[in-house]
Design a protein around this ligand. Structure first.
Ligand SMILES: NC(=O)c1ccc[n+]([C@@H]2O[C@H](COP(=O)([O-])OP(=O)(O)OC[C@H]3O[C@@H](n4cnc5c(N)ncnc54)[C@H](OP(=O)(O)O)[C@@H]3O)[C@@H](O)[C@H]2O)c1
Length: 374
């Protein structure tokens, strides 16, 4: 690893800002930004916008002014190691070599086993000075899902909850609209928009006729995705009605069910435009590790669960939650109201402990981002 200067840090911080513009649009690909600079002077910038479109480095190279034909004294700052393989686009390491770049600094090595250091090695072989590990933790936090999927096959599981001060989500009657106020709800829609898949349990579809679509403007400067997130219903017995509102919205709907489920219902859902797939079942419905493996194999990086207490309880009980997106409203709705998650413990020592990663005021509500204390 080479030593990095304050200027290197500033340039990489800019590349990270560019990468974040793809927060809502890169889908199964990572969010990546690139700055090409000579000393203090930024020559060109680029970021990856959508799958199948140019990678950050290629877009930055394309944005170079014609007068900048000699890059031997220039540095490319990239938030992820340039790729070395032929995917939907050519390898970025080759494009940088061809452009005659003098130095490449990456924030992190690509966790994709098809790359994993070979992009940087290729650059080095070609005589390019390389460095890596600059602002690595910031770069990793842009792509938790991509990194986890590459390393384990599992998507990043974010469980969204909105609760009262007494930890309740709805009255016993099911009435839940609304515990939190508009700013928190709008924020929740933005988190839906950045996910590759929004997942719920069939009871939420039956009770709320939930559409599960993101309905919020994106932050200024961010690219929009070419299609909405995949919406997924965990529905062992195919109880989702063929006229459910979520099937009337644009975008793909995937119903995961157990093997041997009723074939007329399967036919009706397929006719209504749903995709259906059989998954191993468990005592509580579907086997959740199998569900997550299936979604990971389908290219889902970030999986946003917005479900009722039953599915939320199973996810927590099985230790499958990577992040809690928890909205807390300063209201009390009483002990008869529904809990946020159904699970029980034998001893307090088994409690599910989380660390608060971020806390933020949202109008009169609060938003907490929490991760399990592992
Ligand atoms: N406040 C909030 O943030 C929020 C968000 C969403 C929903 N809700 C509320 O939650 C209520 C519904 O809650 P709910 O708990 O009955 O429904 P849920 O958790 O959304 O769905 C539960 C159903 O999912 C299926 N499932 C499949 N695999 C499962 C597994 N491994 N573990 C658990 N469930 C699995 C089961 O049906 P099968 O056995 O048929 O597969 C199960 O009955 C609604 O009233 C809704 O308004 C609140």
């Amino acid at each position: 690893m080479s030593a990095f200067s304050p200027l290197d840090r500033r340039m990489m911080a800019r590349a990270l800002q560019l990468a974040a513009k793809g927060l809502y649009s890169t889908r199964s690909n990572p969010r990546v930004g690139c700055v090409i600079a000579r000393g203090e002077r930024v020559l060109a910038e680029g970021y990856h916008q959508r799958p199948g479109e140019g990678h950050a480095e290629v877009r930055a190279l394309q944005a170079l002014p014609e007068s900048e034909s000699d890059l031997s004294t220039a540095t490319a700052y990239v938030t992820l190691e340039p790729c070395s393989h032929y995917g939907k686009t050519g390898p970025c390491s080759e494009a940088l070599i061809k452009a005659g770049i003098g130095r490449v600094v990456a924030a992190m090595v690509d966790p994709n086993p098809d790359v994993a250091g070979s992009g940087l090695a290729r650059l080095q072989q070609a005589g390019v000075e390389v460095g890596s590990g600059l602002l690595e933790s910031e770069a990793r936090s842009l792509n938790p899902g991509f990194i986890q999927r590459m390393e384990s096959g599992f998507p990043w599981v974010r469980l969204k909850m909105a609760a009262s001060l007494d930890g309740r989500t709805a009255l016993a009657s099911g009435e839940s609209q609304w515990i939190t106020e508009a700013p928190a709800r709008l924020d929740g829609h933005r988190w839906r928009a950045r996910a590759d898949a929004i997942v719920t349990g069939v009871e939420t579809v039956l009770a709320d006729n939930a559409r599960l679509t993101p309905r919020a403007d994106l932050p200024q400067g961010c690219s929009s995705a070419s299609e909405p997130p995949l919406r997924v219903v965990l529905d062992s017995q195919l109880r989702t009605p063929a006229d459910a509102a979520l099937l009337g919205e644009a975008g793909r709907v995937l119903i995961l069910h157990r093997d041997g489920a009723d074939s007329p219902r399967l036919r009706a859902l397929l006719d209504a435009g749903a995709e259906c797939a059989a998954i191993e079942s468990s005592e509580k419905g579907l086997d959740l590790p199998s569900v997550l493996r299936y979604l990971g194999a389908a290219g889902v990086n970030e999986c946003h669960f917005e479900c009722g207490a039953r599915l939320a309880g199973s996810l927590l009980e099985e230790g499958l939650v990577d992040e809690l997106l928890y909205y807390l409203a300063p209201v009390l709705i009483g002990s008869e109201a529904k809990p946020i998650a159904e699970f029980s413990l034998q001893a307090l020592s088994e409690k599910k402990a989380f660390k608060v990663v971020e806390e933020r005021r949202m109008g009169r509500d609060w938003r907490f981002l929490l991760q399990p204390q592992r």
